[in-house]
Write a protein that binds this ligand. Structure first.
Ligand code: FES
Length: 185
């Protein structure tokens, strides 16, 4: 009786051209499938996480707001200045509407001044002077009762949101909804 091991014969002949091309094609197909799967997975993921730029940012409660008409609050993580004006709260995009520099609040002058070409804006983001073609961009805001989730005040057109008389109400800013500032003449 023949030994089972001795019956196994290995085909050691080299791959011919057709076999090699089939093999290469299968490997390419495998890579393509893996890549497509990865891309689909990335597209399926939410683009922005809550609290990051591009998503809903919760600033805090009404009681956490700075006093009316004091310097705007710098929120670099979400590329925003929060301004509490006599007309209401505003979330202002940090990028200058001229050529995209990051402007700053100037305490002495009481206004935003862009270091690149000198455009100036009021605390509410409205254009004062300089080469910027329009006022600063603003984000949509909601102020919500945390117990009932009722929206107490909101703005989706960039206008200031009046602050409700509820110190516990929560301020949510949608940094994914940016409203372009008005063009000036
Ligand atoms: S980029 Fe701000 S003034 Fe030019």
């Amino acid at each position: 009786m023949a030994d089972a091991k001795s019956e196994v014969t290995l085909d050691k002949r080299p791959m011919n051209r057709r076999e090699f091309l089939n093999f290469a094609w299968l490997v390419s197909l495998g890579f393509l499938t893996v890549n497509l799967g990865g891309v689909t997975f990335l597209f399926a993921m939410p683009r922005f996480k809550e609290g990051e730029f591009g998503g809903i940012y919760t600033y805090g409660k009404v009681s956490d707001l700075p006093p009316v008409d004091t310097p705007p609050v710098n929120l670099p993580k979400v590329k925003m200045w929060l301004s509490n004006t006599s007309d209401g709260v505003l979330g202002i995009y940090k990028v200058c509407t001229h050529l995209g520099c990051l402007y700053n609040w100037n305490n002495q002058e009481g206004k935003f001044i862009c270091p690149c070409h000198g455009s100036q804006f009021q605390a509410n983001g409205e254009y004062i002077l300089g080469p910027a073609p329009r006022s600063l961009d603003r984000f949509a805001i909601q102020i919500v009762d945390p117990d009932t989730n009722t929206v107490l005040a909101e703005s989706s057109d960039g206008s200031p949101v009046p602050v409700p008389d509820n110190p516990n109400a929560v301020i949510r800013i949608d940094t994914g909804k940016r409203v372009q500032g008005k063009r000036h003449a």
